[in-house]
Structures are given as structure tokens and as C-alpha cells.
Design a protein around this ligand. Structure first.
Ligand SMILES: C[S@@+](CC[C@H](N)C(=O)[O-])C[C@H]1O[C@@H](n2cnc3c(N)ncnc32)[C@H](O)[C@@H]1O
Length: 230
């Protein structure tokens, strides 16, 4: 298992709440040696993967269960946006009607109700994968300071599960994103959609966390599961 760390500073003026997600996509795509023609993207959001792919493909099937995200997704005759929930029992069966050369998922599968079922479903589609999943070490110090437990799985738990279904590389990447102020940091958490906390803080608890958070950066941990010979 390879473990590495990337550090960056949040540039407020860009109003960009996808800094980490975009870095995740960049890293994920750097691992892919082939240029697949028929692509499935699970939890596509507003199209981070579609925008970052720089080769000529034939089809991209982009799945998300948020209408407002799919509306923002790039559209073209090659891109099919699919409104669907990957947690639904019949989801992967319904996807079997098409053949994919590659399955991507970036920053979405941490929201799986049952990650093992999702891995099983992905395996049933019989294509190489590149998956990036946020772990419970995301916002580690923040969760500890506020006595919150993460609802996300740990890197080890994800590794144990993925080994049952894939013969893939497994990598852990820690990101640190530095902020000018704790207030900016909190705004980022709210807007980035990468929370994963079990408990919503009261106004008083939030104030206390603002005061007591000891770092000037946020921590993110992401695992990458990818077919390296593809
Ligand atoms: C953090 S965003 C990442 C979007 C994009 N993949 C990227 O990297 O920029 C996670 C996306 O997963 C979608 N998502 C979460 N749970 C889902 C589910 N059960 N079925 C389909 N999409 C889901 C959300 O709607 C959201 O658009």
C-alpha cells in the first residue's frame, strides 16, 4: 500500500469548493494507461471526470441521483446522463444492457449504503476500474475536536473489501488544504459536500469548534483502487 501526502493552499478568490475533488480526479486519471472508449462514471456530479478526460472516447454514461448536478454536467451526443441511485438493488442489473471498457467513480462511493454490494455490482459489469473514495480520516482533527465520529469507512476497511472483488492497486493519499481563517474552512466544508459527520453541531458547539480547532488546514484522506495494467 502506497501512502503519500499533498499540500495546497485554498485560494478563496476562485470561489472553488471542488479543489480536493479536482485533485482526486487528476490523480485518478494519471493512473490510467489506456484510453477507454466506452466509459461509465458513477456519481458523476457536475462532470469533473467528463471535463478532465482529454482523449477521444465514444460514449460516456454519467450516473448521478442529484438532478441539479446532472443539469450542470457537460452534454454532447457522446455523453448520456443517467438519473439513478447506485444504492438501489436493481441499479447494476439495469446497467448490464451496455458494455463498458472502464468504470470510474471519483469522490462518490463513500456515500454507498453498502460498499460491498457496490463493489459486487461493479464487478458484475466486468470492466477495469478506477475508484477514489474518501475515508474516515477526512476531517480527522476536526471530528476529534468536536467529538464527532465519522460515518465513512477507514482505508483498511475499504482495502479489505476491495481485495474480495478486484485485483487492483490500492493507494492512500492524504491531502491538506490550508486556509486563511477557520471561518473560510467551515464555509468550505459546508459547500464542498464532503462532510461525512454523524452529528450536526448546534450553534454553541459550532462556535466552540471554531475557537478550538487547532490547525490552519483541513485534512482529507482518499483511497484509490485502480487496475494498474490497464
Ligand atoms: C463529491 S461529488 C463528486 C462528483 C464528481 N464525481 C467529481 O469528482 O467531481 C459526489 C457525487 O455523488 C453523487 N451521489 C452520491 N450518492 C449517490 C447515489 N447513491 N447514487 C448516485 N449518485 C450519488 C452526488 O449526488 C454527487 O454528485
Amino acid at each position: 500500500m502506497k501512502i503519500s501526502l499533498e499540500f495546497s493552499k485554498y485560494a478563496l478568490e476562485y470561489n472553488n469548493y471542488n479543489v480536493i475533488q479536482n485533485r482526486v480526479i487528476e490523480h485518478l486519471l494519471s493512473k490510467i494507461k489506456q484510453k477507454p472508449k466506452n466509459i461509465l462514471d458513477l456519481g458523476c456530479g457536475s462532470g469533473g471526470i467528463a471535463k478532465a478526460i482529454d482523449w477521444d472516447y465514444e460514449t460516456l454514461s454519467a450516473v448521478d441521483f442529484a438532478h441539479n448536478m446532472l443539469e450542470l454536467h457537460p452534454k454532447s451526443e457522446k455523453i448520456k446522463t443517467i438519473y439513478a441511485d447506485f444504492n438501489r438493488a436493481d441499479f447494476f442489473n439495469s446497467m448490464l444492457t451496455c458494455k463498458y471498457d472502464f468504470i470510474f467513480s471519483a469522490s462518490a462511493l463513500q456515500w454507498a449504503d453498502n460498499l460491498e454490494d457496490i463493489f459486487k455490482g461493479i464487478k458484475s459489469l466486468n470492466a477495469p476500474v478506477a475508484l477514489a473514495i474518501f475515508t474516515s480520516n477526512t476531517f480527522k482533527t476536526m471530528n476529534k475536536t468536536a467529538s464527532i465520529s465519522s460515518i465513512l469507512k477507514s482505508a483498511d476497511e475499504i482495502n479489505e473489501l476491495q481485495k474480495k472483488y478486484f485485483t487492483a492497486e490500492f493507494e492512500v493519499l492524504n491531502y491538506k488544504l490550508e486556509f486563511e481563517s477557520t471561518r473560510d474552512m467551515f464555509r468550505y466544508i459546508k459547500r464542498s459536500g464532503v462532510s461525512g459527520a454523524r452529528k450536526i453541531l448546534s450553534y454553541k458547539e459550532s462556535k466552540k469548534l471554531l475557537r478550538e480547532y487547532p490547525l490552519n488546514y483541513l485534512e482529507f484522506e482518499v483511497v484509490f483502487v485502480y487496475d494498474s495494467n490497464m
